[in-house]
Design a protein around this ligand. Structure first.
Ligand code: COA
Ligand code: AMP
Length: 631
């Protein structure tokens, strides 16, 4: 089938198109009502259908005779462990944990936070929750207790599932103590903290709310998956917005299952029974959709990798995993490839492994630079496919749809809109622009199944953040353009969000923390280019009083404060003290200009600038500190 025909069908007859795709999965009750609208005239999918994600990921395959097939390969270079877990074993672990959650009083509609490293129990926890209609919210391990506390409060978590600790390249991450610290700071406390103990020693400073994970599972009954309405939230996933408060993206059940099944086949081109590996973390949307639900729904063996592209133990790890587990399709972020390329520029490690199983290498999470694309193609010798999407969409929005028809790649472009997404480039006035004119990337409503249904506890923010900027469209927050052949190029965020090593972070949130330091009069935090991580945050700070002796101390305190409140993942390491910040005549800080001075040899100075002298002052500081192009 040709991409154009299939795509046009999805846009012209969305109901018929998605009804057909929905029939590719097993429903308890197949929906009659395919699209309905909520109070904002926003589409909700398959409203009267009933199904269960845990059933689709596990029980269905056992019923079809694949119980002894490997569902999950846990490969952990940091603990030197490899485990092969079959669908039967997955069923045992998940159905008993679900029974344990029920025994603790968790019911359909309750919320449960999962704060765990990349271990099988994280996946069991997600599948156990959706098995009984408990809405999970996975929080990435690189976030600090303060961020965890914000999420506990926002979703009113009834329980938390965690582990004693995580293991990073050269350090232990104290998950359980972080949970305790977060709970101490919140008013509405979760009732239970279920702790998976990874060590032989007892959990230190046990609390009255602690429940031992293994003990709970060992003594719980197995429970069946319960039928859930298609619109029942399967999870809440918090992501950075343009304010200091993260947004809780709500994902439904039926639309999501349909979209993931569709993605595995048509976007990733992966057949049932093949091995799929997304080298991400369960705390991100990639982890939800393409470590857990997508591959398992499609009866793929999924790889759960607890390691890094480098240093665990070296830059050969990815290739070892592909070769050893016969990975057919792999997904990672360009930053991971950049890290490998830096250590092994000629791809010597790749030559040592039999990589014949690999069909496609997918890249996403940030802009894919030409050097990374070229290097990957040259060394892996398979199609390298850049594709674009977001936490909000839950599955790819722009891609070269490998399972349908691979088109010629244009470097810098993730290719074409995926079926279901009517992507338009709009100007300030909301008019469509084409032929290389840069504008805002928006999607004409309705969005296809699987995309966000609203924001948790804040439908008004959902409406104002996504639907009001361009009426009739979903606004992605990214800028981009379409060329004359229809290829779409994403040029980057048009808001305060930055992308550091494929991790989405809010500079507005960092700015709030920096400005709360008692010595700071005003500040600006923005993202500048980083060879390894794509972008990294830089803070410019004006102090209340000049005190040269104290400057280093204050800088260190500011860095520590951001790390303490957001977490290590913020990678906030650079603070510069300046006398003044460039502003418009109306007093608005010119962050874009500050970024451009660091990144570009030539840039436009806005005519609204209050005092052009400040540009030279900023340049002098950048030069002195070796920032950006002044390195
Ligand atoms: N739990 C706890 N801490 C974590 C963590 C986790 N799951 N992941 C990262 N961190 C910590 C790191 O240890 C580091 O801490 P440090 O400041 O004490 O060194 C900090 O967060 C920043 O981590 P990161 O940005 O990942 O940088 P790094 O230098 O450790 O590694 C790369 C660099 C490129 C190897 C790494 O970022 C990487 O593998 N990126 C790929 C990301 C990815 O797959 N994203 C998918 C999104 S689609
Ligand atoms: P997240 O919600 O964490 O997945 O981050 C989504 C954001 O990452 C998008 O809005 C883009 O800004 C960026 N992004 C993701 N994939 C790509 C890509 N292939 N090319 C360019 N930017 C990307």
């Amino acid at each position: 089938m040709k991409y154009e025909d299939f795509y046009n069908e999805s846009i012209k007859q969305p109901e018929e198109f998605w009804r057909k795709q929905a029939s590719q999965i097993d429903w308890h009750t197949f929906p009659k009502n395919i699209i309905s609208k909520d109070e904002y005239d926003y589409a909700q999918w398959f409203q009267d259908g009933q199904l269960n994600l845990s059933y689709l990921c596990i029980d269905k395959h056992i019923e079809d005779g694949f119980g002894e097939t490997v569902a999950l390969i846990y490969d952990s270079p940091v603990t030197q462990t490899k485990e092969h877990i079959t669908f039967n074993q997955l069923h045992h672990e998940v159905s008993k944990l679900a029974g344990g959650l029920q025994k603790l009083g968790l019911q359909k509609g309750d919320t449960c936070i999962i704060y765990m490293p990349m271990i099988p129990q994280a996946i069991y926890a997600m599948l156990a929750c959706v098995r009984i209609g408990v809405i999970h919210s996975v929080v990435f391990g690189g976030f600090a207790p303060h961020e965890l506390a914000i999420r506990i409060t926002d979703c009113k978590a009834k329980a938390i599932i965690t582990a004693s600790n995580g293991i990073e390249i050269d350090k232990i991450i104290p998950y359980k103590p972080f949970v305790d610290e977060a709970i101490e700071s919140v008013q509405d406390k979760p009732e239970h903290v279920i702790v998976f103990n990874r060590n032989d020693t007892e959990i230190e400073s046990p609390k009255s709310y602690d429940v031992d994970y293994q003990n709970l599972v060992d003594n719980a009954p197995s429970v069946e998956a319960i039928p859930l309405h298609s619109t029942h939230p399967s999870y809440i996933l918090y992501t950075s917005g343009t304010t200091g408060t993260p947004k809780g993206i709500i994902r439904d059940t039926g639309g999501y299952a349909t979209a993931l099944k569709f993605s595995m086949k048509y976007v990733y081109g992966v057949d049932e029974g093949e091995v799929f590996w997304a080298a991400s973390d369960v705390g991100w949307v990639v982890g939800h959709s393409f470590i857990v639900y997508g591959p398992l729904l499609n009866r793929n063996t999924t790889v759960l990798f607890e390691g890094k592209p480098i240093k665990t133990p070296d830059a050969s790890t990815f290739w070892r995993v592909i070769s050893e587990h016969k990975v057919n399709v792999m997904f990672t972020a360009p930053t991971a490839i950049r890290a490998i390329k830096k250590e092994d520029p000629n791809g010597e490690f790749i030559k040592k492994y039999d990589m014949d199983s690999l069909k496609y290498q997918f890249l996403a999470g940030e802009r894919c630079d030409l050097a990374t694309l070229t290097w990957t193609k040259e060394h892996l010798k398979v199609p390298v496919i850049d594709h674009w999407w977001q936490t909000e969409s839950g599955w790819p929005m722009i891609a070269n749809m490998a399972g349908l028809e691979l088109k010629k790649v244009k470097p810098g472009s993730a290719s074409f809109a995926v079926c279901g997404y009517d992507i338009r480039i709009l100007n300030e006035a909301g008019e469509e622009v084409n032929d290389d004119t840069e504008g805002y990337v928006a999607v004409k409503l309705p969005l296809p199944p699987g995309t966000l249904t609203s924001l948790w506890a804040n439908p008004q923010r959902f409406k104002s953040g996504y639907l009001e900027r361009f009426p009739g469209y979903y606004f992605s927050g990214d800028g981009g353009y379409k060329d004359e052949d229809g290829y779409i190029f994403i040029t980057g965020r048009v808001d305060d969000i930055i992308n550091v090593a494929g991790h989405r972070l809010s500079t507005a949130e960092m700015e709030e923390i920096v400005s709360s330091h008692t010595s700071v009069a005003e500040c600006a935090v923005f993202g500048i280019n980083c060879e390894l991580k794509g972008q990294k945050p830089l803070g410019l700070v004006v102090l209340k009083t000049e005190n040269k002796l104290e400057e280093e101390k204050i800088k260190n305190e500011i860095i520590a404060k951001v790390r303490y409140e957001i977490g290590a993942v913020a990678s906030f390491r650079d603070v510069l003290i300046v006398q003044r910040l460039p502003k418009t005549r109306s007093g608005k800080i010119l962050r874009k200009l500050l970024r451009s001075i660091a990144d570009e040899k030539q840039y436009n100075v806005p005519s609204t600038i209050d005092d052009i002298q400040i540009i030279d002052e900023v340049k002098t500081v950048y030069e002195k500190e070796g920032i950006g192009i002044f390195k």
